[in-house]
Ligand binder design. Structure first.
Ligand SMILES: [Ca+2]
Ligand SMILES: [Ca+2]
Length: 248
C-alpha cells in the first residue's frame, strides 16, 4: 500500500511556552501540550488546564507510576526537587543537573533521574549511579537496543557522535543539531535522528531526510497521530503554532 504524507497545523500555546508533548491519557498518542512558565500552567489540548509548578521549573512529564499515562511533573533546579502531581515530591539532583526521567528498568514506569554535566554522571533513583558522557554532552536516553528499558546515551555536539551504553558508538549529525531520537520504523526500538535548525531538516539514521520546520522551531518527535511510527512535529514559538507531519 502506498504511503501518503499528511500535514496539519494547530495553533496551541504562545511565545515563551515550553512544549511538553506526552501521552497524558494513555491511548498511545501524545497530546499537544505546553507549560507556561510565567503562570506555572499546563495546557493539555483536549484534556485539561492545570496549574502546577512555577517559573524556572523544568517540565518533566513522564509515566512515573507505570499505568501508561504521563504525570504532570516539574523539576525545580533551585532546590533539586521533583514535583510529580498526585504522586510525590522528592529531592533528587542538584542545580545544574539535567532531568532525564525514563524507564531504565523496563516495565515499571519512569525513574526519577538526572544527568550531571559537570561530571558526566547519571543518577537514576533506586537503580544506579553511572559515569557516562562528558560535560557538554546532551543526554538522549531511549530504548535503542532493548525494546522495554531505556539505555543511558548521550549525543556529543562537538563531534556529532552518539554514545549508547550497552549499544554502539557512531557519528550522526553535527554541532548545533538537536537530537530527536524516536521510533521512526516499525520496530520495537528507537533510532538516532537529528533536527538541524539551520535548514529545518530532519535526518533519520538509516532512514529518510525530511524538510519540516524552520530556524527557531522546537522539534518534537513522537506518536501524535496514532500511526505505527513517530511523526515529525515542530512547535513555533513566534506564533504559538504546532506543525505536524506524518505518514499513513
Ligand atoms: Ca494520549
Ligand atoms: Ca502514570
Amino acid at each position: 500500500m502506498a504511503t501518503v504524507t499528511r500535514t496539519t497545523t494547530i495553533a496551541y500555546g504562545q511565545n515563551g511556552d515550553i512544549p511538553v508533548a506526552a501521552d497524558f491519557t494513555g491511548d498511545g498518542r501524545a497530546e499537544i501540550a505546553v507549560f507556561r512558565p510565567s503562570t506555572g500552567t499546563w495546557y493539555i489540548r483536549g484534556v485539561s488546564v492545570v496549574r502546577y509548578g512555577q517559573n524556572g521549573d523544568i517540565p518533566v512529564p513522564a509515566d512515573f507510576t507505570g499505568d501508561g499515562r504521563a504525570e504532570i511533573a516539574v523539576f525545580r533546579p533551585s532546590t533539586g526537587t521533583w514535583y510529580i502531581r498526585g504522586v510525590s515530591v522528592v529531592r533528587y539532583g542538584n542545580p545544574g543537573d539535567i532531568p532525564v526521567p525514563r524507564d531504565y528498568v523496563g516495565g515499571s514506569g519512569a525513574q526519577i533521574a538526572v544527568f550531571r554535566p559537570s561530571t558526566g554522571t547519571w543518577y537514576i533513583r533506586g537503580v544506579s549511579v553511572v559515569r557516562y558522557g562528558n560535560p557538554g554532552d546532551i543526554p538522549v536516553p531511549r530504548n535503542y537496543v532493548s525494546s522495554t528499558a531505556a539505555e543511558i546515551a548521550v549525543f556529543r555536539p562537538s563531534t556529532g557522535t552518539w554514545y549508547i551504553r550497552g549499544g554502539s558508538t557512531f557519528p550522526y549529525g553535527q554541532n548545533g543539531d538537536v537530537p530527536v531520537p524516536a521510533r521512526y520504523t516499525s520496530t520495537s526500538v528507537k533510532t538516532a535522528a537529528v533536527w538541524r535548525p539551520s535548514n529545518g531538516t530532519w535526518y533519520i539514521r538509516g532512514g529518510s531526510t525530511i524538510s519540516w520546520g524552520i530556524r527557531g522551531d522546537i522539534p518534537l518527535a513522537g506518536n501524535f497521530l496514532g500511526t505505527s511510527v513517530a511523526d515529525q512535529v515542530v512547535f513555533r514559538p513566534s506564533n504559538g503554532t504546532w506543525y505536524l507531519r506524518w505518514q499513513e
